[in-house]
Design a protein around this ligand. Structure first.
Ligand SMILES: [Zn+2]
Length: 144
């Protein structure tokens, strides 16, 4: 019985091919709460297959004053490590919601979703019209 448990543990570890842990910088506690909420949503939506964490990882997520192209957020995968930049729009009354939605989107890229999704999905490119929660299309994109 113990041997079986070990075999299952190894199989599970083998599935974790995506970098999932992020080091965070620049965020306030209420903002970190939103980032964690987005990470938890991915974990739940994928049945535990993709569970980003916000501590001690090789990936990074940074709050920056602004992005050069004027976007709200950006993702890059370099050397196998995911980097997320989120523009500080805390002067917006809806900031915490926007922040959560932006991170939800960028986590989708980190999960393996390389292209943008159709309108009405979290992975849609159009900023501002995305839903607050993952759709079946978003989860499918990340699983490709
Ligand atoms: Zn995107």
């Amino acid at each position: 019985m113990k041997r079986l448990a070990v075999a299952i543990a190894i199989l599970t570890a083998g599935c974790a091919s995506r970098p999932e842990a992020f080091r965070v910088s620049g965020f306030e506690p209420d903002e970190l709460e939103q980032l964690q909420s987005a990470a938890d949503e991915w974990c739940n939506a994928t049945g535990g297959a993709y569970c980003p964490s916000l501590s001690g990882g090789e990936n990074t997520v940074e709050l920056v004053p602004e992005l050069s192209n004027g976007a709200g957020a950006r993702y890059a995968l370099t050397g196998g490590k995911g980097r997320v930049w989120i523009a500080d729009r805390s002067d917006n009354a809806d900031w915490l919601r926007l922040l959560r939605r932006s991170f939800l989107h960028e986590l989708g890229h980190n999960a393996g979703c390389r292209s943008h999704g159709p309108d009405g999905t979290v992975m849609a490119e159009a900023e501002g019209s995305e839903p607050d929660h993952l759709t079946a299309s978003d989860v499918q994109c990340a699983n490709q």
